[in-house]
Design a protein around this ligand. Structure first.
Ligand code: NAD
Ligand code: IPM
Ligand code: MN
Length: 351
């Protein structure tokens, strides 16, 4: 088979630590087969910005566009770090990648693995996916501030929702639901207040639902959705939602399924015009960086999502099964093993 050509962006903080383990697993699971993997590393992130002043130069973006897929760790400085203003790296690197590469499906699966303790006393059988819109909403940077820093400041962040953008992500959610056992889509929005965007989402869901008679659907306002994620998370199968609601709900989804160290994601360009990007949901975790304390499982499960996207579904299942075995055998979630010991344990189960 042809070589698969991956861009690797380890980033800041725990990013490089968890990516090292993800690459270990990727190499192991593919070298056993016929698949050659080529890895090209890009040094980007807050540390790189401090050294060079660069976020994501256009020449680098052009090179990244040539790869088959991207494996991303995490970027960003500590919230209290005054050397770099909050938002520069997030907007000019991470979001620039998601927008420039048209990652309109931000896929974030949530599953409570057997043996994993949820902070909920009665979690039930949690197994849903969030299909978060990835290129629009309040994330587009459409806003500004006038009279900044005065008592008369006015700051805006305008949410952009296009019929084209909403339809393609809703369609993706219904297609994914049609391939799942329960075949159910929940739209999460806030159309009782955000009437313009909310009604566009609602109308779009109703139109697409008509094409999928086998898929049922319902609707929750985002505030109520947080209640049900706490009281009855097993009611969800596929959640489709906008960029900001999806960001918030997927951290909560990570928390109820055993912690953010297990939550994987894919930023997917379903049209395959540009490479898709796979990354843990968590950030650079400055509070534990450099200490081998990070759980690499989210990054490793992101490799499984990447393998699936690249058509290597057998390899993807192997990684998922090894991870499932490894985490169900843990005595407690935050055991005292190092990041690389957890990576090694998962590789050993692949053997
Ligand atoms: P965070 O996800 O980095 O950390 C939140 C908490 O979760 C911390 O206590 C951290 O120690 C813990 N945690 C995160 N990942 C873990 C893992 N793998 N194993 C064990 N514990 C883990 O979120 P934050 O503190 O809000 O953000 C830190 C920086 O990361 C900020 O600069 C933020 O902008 C950035 N960020 C980047 C991404 C990304 O690159 N995709 C995502 C989220 C946040
Ligand atoms: C995530 C992060 C990003 C987001 C930030 C760092 C831009 O929180 O991947 O969930 O809000 O999408
Ligand atoms: Mn987030």
């Amino acid at each position: 088979a042809n070589e698969i050509d991956i861009a690797v962006i380890p980033g800041d903080g725990i990013g490089p630590e968890v990516v090292t383990e993800a690459v270990k697993v990727l190499n192991y699971v593919t070298n056993g087969g016929k698949q050659e993997i080529k890895l090209t590393y890009y040094k980007l992130g807050a540390e790189h910005w401090l050294e060079t002043g660069e976020t994501l130069p256009d020449e680098t973006l052009a090179k990244i566009k040539q790869h088959d897929a991207i494996l991303f760790g995490a970027v960003g400085a500590a919230p209290g770090d005054t050397r770099i203003p909050s938002g520069i790296i997030e907007r000019e690197l991470l979001l620039k990648l998601r927008f420039s590469l048209d990652h309109f499906v931000n896929l974030r699966p949530s599953k409570l693995y057997p043996g994993i303790e949820s902070p909920l006393s009665n979690p039930g059988d949690i197994d849903f996916i969030v299909v978060r819109e990835g290129t629009e909403g309040p994330y587009v940077g459409n806003g500004g501030s006038v009279r900044t820093g005065t008592a008369h400041e006015i700051a805006t962040e305008v949410s952009v929702n296009t019929a084209y953008g909403v339809e393609r992500v809703v369609r993706d959610a219904f297609r994914r639901a049609s391939e799942r056992d329960r075949k159910h889509v929940t739209l999460v929005h806030k159309h009782n207040v955000l009437v313009n965007a909310g009604h566009l989402w609602k109308r779009t869901v109703e139109a697409v639902a008509a094409e999928y008679p086998e898929v049922t659907h319902d609707y929750l306002h985002v505030d109520a959705a947080t209640i049900f994620l706490t009281t009855d998370p097993s009611r969800f199968d596929v959640i489709v939602t906008d960029n900001l609601f999806g960001d918030i709900l997927t951290d909560q989804a990570g928390a109820i399924t055993g912690g953010i160290g297990l939550a994987a994601s894919g930023n997917i360009n379903m049209d395959r015009t540009y490479p898709s990007m796979f990354e843990p949901v968590h950030g650079s975790a400055p509070d534990i960086a450099g200490q081998q304390k990070a759980d690499p499982t989210a990054a490793i499960l992101s490799v499984a999502l990447m393998l699936d996207h690249l058509g290597l579904s057998e390899e993807a299942r192997s990684v998922e099964q090894a991870v499932e075995k490894e985490i169900t055998s843990r005595q407690e979630l935050t055991d005292n093993r190092t990041t690389s010991e957890i990576g090694d344990a998962i590789v050993a189960l692949l053997a």
